[in-house]
Design a binder for this molecule. Structure first.
Ligand SMILES: *[C@@H]1O[C@H](CO)[C@@H](O)[C@H](O)[C@H]1NC(C)=O
Ligand SMILES: *[C@@H]1O[C@H](CO)[C@@H](O)[C@H](O)[C@H]1NC(C)=O
Length: 128
């Protein structure tokens, strides 16, 4: 039982049994837009493990997050409602707003500093 609980925690703070307002998406597998609800939260899996990566996250070409060598820098407007779970490469946004709808792009650099293909996804926020 304890082992099971531990795995849930390692899964990145996004619960296996989701409350109705929590939306879970995978930027590498989903083909349709990720559709969280206004006021809800959303977990987006970007990559398996970000520990050794450098990442720059953009929404509609505006950068809002930078992760490098364990340091996470999130712009003020997102700070209070954005979390990044490094070990599971998962981005979580709470209190989703309608204006979060848009195109997202994550530039990623591998441990040797080589640029890998961008991670892209879109959010389509739904009203309640
Ligand atoms: C973030 O939270 C802090 C403390 O609760 C608050 O003072 C600040 O105004 C908030 N910032 C934004 C951008 O909402
Ligand atoms: C992520 O990778 C780091 C370094 O390789 C490792 O120490 C850590 O345990 C990994 N995290 C997970 C959740 O697999």
């Amino acid at each position: 039982m304890e082992k099971f609980l531990l795995l849930l925690v390692l899964a990145g703070g996004c619960h296996a049994f989701l409350p109705p307002t929590e939306t879970k998406c995978d930027a590498n597998q989903d083909t349709s837009p990720c559709s969280p609800v206004v006021g809800g939260s959303v977990c987006i899996k970007l990559l398996n493990n970000a520990t050794n990566y450098k990442l720059k996250c953009f929404k509609d070409d505006l950068q809002f997050m930078y992760f490098y060598r364990g340091n996470l820098d999130i712009v003020q407007a997102y700070k209070n409602r954005t979390k990044f779970f490094i070990g599971t490469g998962t981005l979580k946004m709470t209190n989703v707003e309608r204006s979060d709808t848009g195109q997202y792009r994550v530039e990623r650099y591998d441990p040797d500093g080589q640029r890998e293909s961008n991670i892209v996804f879109s959010l389509q926020v739904k009203g309640k």
